[in-house]
Design a protein around this ligand. Structure first.
Ligand SMILES: CC(C)(COP(=O)(O)OP(=O)(O)OC[C@H]1O[C@@H](n2cnc3c(N)ncnc32)[C@H](O)[C@@H]1OP(=O)(O)O)[C@@H](O)C(=O)NCCC(=O)NCCS
Length: 187
């Protein structure tokens, strides 16, 4: 599975990506710590990154998570976008998570990468709804979602454990009715 965009492509991580993945997570450790749940020390090892690749692959096969690496045309890994907690039935919903290498922020990579994964969610994974949760102190992420047409639905109090505390989050969502083919030529 490969998603092609303007100046980037996305594909699931492969076992051979573990070394460059370790490099990006180490370089962005302090940056991402402000936005992510606490990570065990093992996460910052080659074995830990191999484990992430394996778990992503198992969850993809089970239809529970669709995780993509974000790559420049050169093959450099610059981030990750994942649809997680995929539930079908009456919900057909997934949660969205993403990051882009801090040194490449502000160039539109995040918006284009998330746009490609939303397109995948609606056109290939046949989901009806995609949701994302953003801390009020993360305006770049909120702006990214608004550029893609996400609705701000309200504030969920003490929603996720980030760093060392339960943080309030603003809930954003799109349903397929908001994403007609051709209306948003972002991807
Ligand atoms: C959020 C993140 C993915 C954005 O990636 P990116 O590649 O910089 O995104 P883009 O360049 O496509 O868009 C970012 C937008 O936010 C805007 N922005 C950046 N900092 C901002 C700030 N402090 N206040 C308001 N807007 C801001 C940018 O100007 C840009 O909008 P524009 O195109 O209208 O100018 C990246 O900053 C990141 O990885 N953050 C840490 C992890 C994270 O927050 N993940 C999401 C958790 S919900």
């Amino acid at each position: 599975m490969r998603l092609e965009g303007d100046g980037l492509y996305l594909r699931p991580y492969e076992p051979g990506d573990a070394t460059p993945l370790l490099d990006i997570v180490l370089r962005n450790r302090n940056f991402l710590a402000a936005y992510e749940p606490p990570r065990p020390d093992a996460y910052y090892t080659l074995e830990g990154q191999r484990h992430i690749v394996e778990i992503d692959s198992e969850r993809w096969d089970a239809g529970l998570r669709y995780a993509f690496g974000v790559f420049l045309p050169s093959g450099r890994i610059v981030g990750r976008v994942a649809l997680d907690n995929v539930v079908l039935g009456a919900w057909h919903n997934a949660t969205l998570g993403y990051y882009i290498d801090r040194e490449l922020n502000g160039r539109g990579l995040g918006t284009r990468a998330v746009g490609l994964v939303v397109e995948f969610a609606f056109r290939r994974a046949e989901l009806h709804r995609v949701q994302a949760a953003v801390m009020p102190r993360n305006p770049a992420s909120a702006r990214l979602l608004e550029k893609l047409g996400f609705r701000r639905e309200g504030r969920a109090l003490r929603y996720l454990f980030i760093g060392d505390r339960w943080e309030d989050h603003d809930m954003f969502a799109l349903t397929i009715e908001d994403w007609p083919r051709g209306r948003r030529p972002l991807v």
